[in-house]
Design a protein around this ligand. Structure first.
Ligand code: SF4
Length: 393
């Protein structure tokens, strides 16, 4: 019998709606949303961005995970890895007995047709999907529609003989999944570029300005290209795409950099035949980035708190936007607000957590607050209560 794949939920939404609200909703946050996104308590003012927190894709993925547990109470339910990049949500799922294939001691080789596997919002590689199918597992696919849209574009690139240039992090699950789609039965190629610096390097190569060999090129992008990638051959026709959660301004700029490089190399008349681009930043990411930019412009706060997992790409990008304009603290959870003097946070662009003292100014203070697409409202509410407590000390 072919494996069963649920792609549209399991018809149990009404049965999990209560527990989801209990686990992730916040009355306080709801109240603040209804009060023009502003909260005042004593000397503290908190301004929330007009868009923050759970996006439609995460909402759906978490909903389906709870439905899965409900539908298969007697079967072992696995996630391929983190369902989203938020430790609180992942811990809640673990507490329900859902196991993570990425945990030590777990193995795909041990799965069989009795097992149920949930695929995360950012999707899985074709290779992993095939393995799960071969093992006969029942699957619940929560891949977000916006990720599927990226896949559609890179598949088109491959069909047309274009190499996909993916603006993203080559280790990120979504980018790995997208890259696998760009291969299209071995016919396509991909190159992942992380930022403008890497894009500028590749553009220089396209223009013939980099006096380097293919081998040197490949050593720089060792883990970020498809097998057998030949920069001389595979950069002649390119299509740009991106991980859905990148900084949209950077993605657009990178697209323009590649367009200019191809024009310089092959001429305007050949551009259509050699260059394609689609903006595949998802609307939820775009809305959250736009909202925080608006907050900083309309109600400039004394400092920003950005709440979300340190490995959450969209949260890191929100922190990056804010940090250029105002003191910004990216905290993984409300626990990061250690005291009125001490905060534990990840500085934008750095890999490690830092501890900073003297972060909360004396006197009246306005704090801007936003959270990543994988951060539930109850954590935002808890952070606001903690800010209230600390400012009252
Ligand atoms: S961040 Fe965007 S692509 Fe990712 S799950 Fe949310 S809506 Fe979907």
């Amino acid at each position: 019998m072919p494996p069963l794949i649920f792609r549209k939920g399991l018809d149990l939404k009404h049965e999990v709606v209560g527990v989801l609200a209990e686990s992730y909703h916040s009355e306080l946050v709801q109240h603040i949303k209804e009060s023009d996104f502003r909260f005042q308590s004593g000397r503290l003012e908190v301004r929330l961005a007009s868009e923050f927190g759970f996006c439609y894709g995460v909402d759906r993925a978490v909903d389906y995970a709870y439905q899965t547990r409900k539908r298969f109470p007697d079967r072992t339910v696995f996630l391929t890895g983190e369902i989203i990049h938020n430790p609180h949500v992942n811990d809640q799922l673990r507490a329900q007995g859902i196991r993570f294939l990425s945990d030590p001691g777990e193995s795909i080789d041990a799965l069989n047709s009795d097992d149920v596997v949930i695929l995360p919002a950012f999707g899985v590689t074709i290779e992993l999907l095939n393995t799960l199918q071969d093992r006969g597992c029942t699957m619940v696919d929560t891949t977000c529609g916006s990720v599927l849209n990226v896949w559609k574009n890179v598949k088109r690139y491959a069909e047309g003989g274009f190499t996909s240039i993916i603006h993203g992090k080559y280790r990120h699950e979504e980018t790995r999944a997208t890259a696998s789609q760009a291969l299209l039965a071995g016919r396509g190629h991909y190159l992942v570029v992380l930022n403008e610096d890497e894009a500028a390097f590749v553009c220089g190569y396209i223009r013939g300005q980099q006096p380097i060999s293919s081998r040197e090129f490949l050593s720089r992008f060792e883990h970020a290209v498809s097998e057998g990638f030949d920069p001389t051959r595979d950069l002649q026709r390119i299509g740009c795409a991106n991980q859905t959660t990148m900084l949209s301004s950077e993605s657009l700029k990178i697209g323009e950099m590649f367009r200019a490089a191809m024009r310089d190399r092959y001429g305007e008349e050949d551009l259509d035949a050699r260059f394609r681009a689609f903006d595949t930043i998802c609307s939820a990411t775009q809305d959250r980035q736009d909202a925080v930019i608006a907050l900083l412009a309309e109600h400039p706060p004394d400092l920003m708190i950005v709440l979300g997992g340190y490995n959450s790409s969209n949260t890191c990008n929100l922190a990056k936007i804010c940090s250029g304009r105002v003191p910004t603290y990216h905290i993984a959870s409300p626990d990061g607000l250690v005291s009125a003097d001490v905060i534990r946070h990840k500085p934008a662009g750095e890999a490690r957590e830092a501890t900073t003292t003297g972060w909360l100014p004396a006197g009246r203070v306005s704090v801007g607050l936003t959270s990543g697409a994988s951060t539930p409202d109850n954590l935002v509410g808890a952070a606001i209560r903690r800010l209230e407590e600390l400012s009252a000390m």
